[in-house]
Design a protein around this ligand. Sequence first.
Ligand SMILES: Cc1cc2nc3c(=O)[nH]c(=O)nc-3n(C[C@H](O)[C@H](O)[C@H](O)COP(=O)(O)OP(=O)(O)OC[C@H]3O[C@@H](n4cnc5c(N)ncnc54)[C@H](O)[C@@H]3O)c2cc1C
Length: 535
Amino acid sequence: MRIPPGVKQQDFESAVSQWQKHVGEEWIFTSEADADLYRDAYTPFRKEEEEIVPAAAVAPDTVEQVQAIMRIANRYRIPIYPVSTGRNLGYGGSAPVLSGSVVLDLKRMNRILEVNERNAYAMVEPGVSYFDLYRYIQERGYRLWIDAPAPGWGSLIGNSLDHGAGYTANPHRDHFDAHCGMEVVLANGDLVRTGMGALPGAQTWQQFKYGYGPTVDGLFAQSNFGVVTKMGFWLYPEPEAYFDATVSVPRFNDVIPLVDILANLIYSGVLNSNTIMGSPMRYSTLTNPTINELFLNSDKPEAVRALNQYAATNKLPFWDNRLKFYGPEAVIKAQWEYAKQKFAQIPDVSFQDGKLLRFPLPQEQIDRLTDKENIGVPSLEAFRDGARSPANPTPNIGHLGFSPVIPMTGEAVIESQRVIARALVDLGATPAFNTLPNSYHTRDFVILIGFSIMDDVDINKKSREVFRRLIKLAAEHGWGEYRTHTAFMDDVADIYSFNNHALRRLHETLKDAIDPNGILSAGRYGIWPKHLRKT
Ligand SMILES: Cc1cc2nc3c(=O)[nH]c(=O)nc-3n(C[C@H](O)[C@H](O)[C@H](O)COP(=O)(O)OP(=O)(O)OC[C@H]3O[C@@H](n4cnc5c(N)ncnc54)[C@H](O)[C@@H]3O)c2cc1C
């Protein structure tokens, strides 16, 4: 049995035996083999001593059990790390930040407490996955959509608490923004309901977010201030139709008006979906060293002229953008017509209609879709990309997600692509993927860069080094990550340093007040309890 750091063996044994009385012996996992199941499958420290190793795990079934576990942990100062379904792959999986913590596995708490079709919301426990909620809704024939991230096996609560995102319309795809009301167990075992949930017998817990007084929900996301045991989410009433289309522009600098018009359509509510920037020239920049060199020097007018010439000769639009529309068919057709009028200001712009889907969609048609996430259907198809195949006999084990947020402007698209591409060349790194910007949230772009985790210590070390350099480089340009892997939480917290780290100092003040013994998720998002701060 591993013992958590700073805890006496006798105290840990006492805590375990008290937990057993509340949760049942079979739901406490103290053998190394069992605890190892909670290691991060995508750890960048594979086969290295620094790999984070949980000491044990405990899996309660009820809120009362969570409260009892926390009270006992608080008494013996045992570090606890709650996860919902623990599938945060790319960002730390189910492993804690502090090695030797006990994972509080909430997977068994998988009750769908309410789905309200008339007011389009659900209230769920942490173990409810996107698949669970989707099935529940389908079985009852509710005309409601969920919004799922690419892997549908994660949980609504864990994903939203890490500021995860999906692919349908606003406000549903920004998963924390789509929540309404939560229930939280604090480190001392106290039970709090936020928003209208604080009113006994409240009728509007899942309908009015603010409740009364300060809104504290945000304190429980990307933090370590409580264990969330229930959360409400707004669902999307099944739209009448979906339509996607692509706008393409021929020249390098056309991305500036392209994104300006796009942003205006989004901010004014004409376009309510996330959009994905693309570049038909990208393949050439990745495979043709001359074109790549021109792209890396695209701050020089002669390089831009040569790139435009290459694109024109090869009949490649320089940029494109895929738009998605959701709503009544007549409305989305009108929205697309309006969008086309706006984009027509860009000389030589071209448009391509994509697919029009009307709902409900027959199952055979859903099965054939390769982008099910766009219509709120959870799947695991994301794992197909990069999987073992004759063309890819040695796939990577996983990836580390580097995800900086940049402004929604064409200038930022150009600058970020060039700066990051240049840094990757200089640092000798070839990530598994390096995307153009995606509008996960409403008013910004996110770039995703995935560094491969391999069965090779040197490659992983190099990826960590490059990752850390990129965090600093991005910060020098005013771009910060929206989320990060547990291995880099301190590095990213370091760049959010305004006024001598005033935000970190505020987080620490809150931590000391809410969790004075510092037992919850030590180190998460760079927030350490007092007794571990110096180290
Ligand atoms: C190929 C691939 C594609 C991906 N695509 C996406 C995507 O499209 N969108 C996206 O958002 N992510 C994506 N991810 C990342 C990740 O897989 C998902 O975000 C996943 O939903 C997170 O896992 P989870 O829901 O099990 O959360 P968990 O692992 O349960 O939770 C995440 C973290 O939140 C905290 N937490 C969780 N539950 C609680 C609780 N009840 N109380 C207090 N704290 C808690 C913990 O610190 C935990 O480590 C992708 C990953 C891969 C590998």
